[in-house]
Design a protein around this ligand. Structure first.
Ligand SMILES: Cc1cc2nc3c(=O)[nH]c(=O)nc-3n(C[C@H](O)[C@H](O)[C@H](O)COP(=O)(O)O)c2cc1C
Length: 363
């Protein structure tokens, strides 16, 4: 699921239409920066929620709501923003909630509060984050929140020092979640094959392509109008008028071009991390999200890049083979990402978020 899909598509489309990306400092860039402006020393709950919502989330649907009460913020799913084709059981939706809760806790702890999250499985499911007082000082992970982003491009291929791999493992340690990190080329090649297999199954499904297209924002204007979804330029693709993007999408978004792109991206990556919850339930999906968010913030701390390659786990038939290959045939692998270092001059625009007033419910 992702803008991974349209990068190649729009690259080819641009060659056809002659459109040039307009990525000079723009209203879009200013908005993306404002959304990520630093927190004040003593932020209120709404400001903490602004930082929570900077978390990674599937298709950038931002399928969350926050209920503010004295000393507590509840995080709930927004099921009107589900992606039922790629995520039929809301697995990614709850992983995304976990990512947001981790940001919320880091932001609270970075500004003099304690934060304890308790999952309540009743009904749609909710997380109650109790806020107290604490003397903790701002962590590196907290400070990296505005800098973290997915970078769906080819990397430099440079190896990651073992000490940095250890830091990544330490940063993402969460009870109930295991992580497997692979850096050896034969293992990365095997994972590439699962990515390609999963991608092929998805590309054969018109409903998958249709759902993905609905969340793509082909230009700044559309991205700023909705402030959600997958902005093409944030994936390194040129911008296009909406009608051109929609028309070109099925023509250039092909199984072969996508698979070739993933193979190149995998060959340029230094490693892959796979996250596996102890159980396949919403509580553990949230824990996985917390672990993923911590890992990706540590990536930003280390000046590295990452991108999500969830194809091996999004297609159930591919997922079972992938679990066997991992040596965990009874587990449900929950999240897969590749990581590495940017090539020079690789600063893609950051994704937008909806206004905080749209996601906060006051009691
Ligand atoms: C649960 C989850 C699933 C995701 N799945 C994919 C994916 O399959 N492909 C992809 O390229 N990005 C994927 N992403 C990354 C999101 O698209 C990305 O976080 C979102 O667009 C916001 O952009 P940002 O992370 O750069 O802020 C996923 C993220 C999460 C948390």
């Amino acid at each position: 699921m992702s803008t991974r899909r349209e990068v190649m598509a729009l690259g080819a489309a641009s060659a056809v239409t002659g459109c040039v990306p307009s990525l000079a400092k723009s209203t879009y860039t200013s908005l993306a920066e404002t959304i990520r402006s630093p927190l004040a020393a003593h932020p209120d709950s709404v400001e903490l929620i602004r930082f929570a919502a900077l978390a990674g989330n599937g298709h950038n649907t931002q399928a969350w709501r926050f209920v503010v009460a004295p000393s507590r913020i509840a995080v709930l799913p927004d099921l009107s923003r589900r992606t039922p084709v790629v995520d039929p059981d809301d697995h990614h939706l709850f992983v995304s909630l976990g990512c947001a809760v981790e940001n919320l806790a880091l932001a609270a702890e970075g500004t003099g509060r304690s934060a304890k999250a308790v999952f309540n499985a009743a009904g749609e499911g909710r997380l109650d984050v109790e806020l107290g007082q604490s003397r903790s000082s701002p962590s590196n992970l907290f400070q990296a929140i505005p800098r973290r982003q997915c970078t769906r491009s080819e990397y430099s291929g440079a190896a990651v020092p073992l000490a940095d791999i250890k830091q990544l493992e330490t940063a993402c340690a969460v009870d109930g979640v295991s992580i497997v990190i692979e850096t050896a080329p034969p293992k990365l090649n095997a994972i590439r094959d699962f990515v390609v297999q999963g991608n092929s199954r998805q590309m054969e499904a018109p409903a998958f392509c249709e759902e993905l297209k609905r969340w793509i924002r082909f230009n700044e204007k559309d991205a700023m109008a909705s402030r959600d979804g997958l902005f093409s330029a944030a994936s390194g693709s040129p911008q296009l008028p909406t009608w051109v993007g929609n028309a070109m999408f099925p023509l250039v978004f092909t199984e072969k071009s996508e698979n070739d792109k993933y193979a190149r991206q995998m060959a340029s990556s230094s490693g892959v991390a796979v996250f596996i919850g102890d159980k396949a339930d919403r509580d553990h999906w949230i824990k996985v999200g917390r672990s993923v968010q911590r890992f990706t913030l540590q990536i930003a701390v280390l000046g590295m890049k990452y991108a999500v390659i969830n194809q091996p786990i999004e297609v159930a038939s591919v997922r079972s083979g992938f679990a066997k290959w991992l040596g965990a045939p009874n587990a449900r692998p929950d999240f897969v990402l590749r990581f590495g270092y940017a090539k020079l001059d690789q600063n893609l625009p950051k994704s937008l978020r909806r206004p905080v007033s749209d996601i906060v419910v006051r009691t």
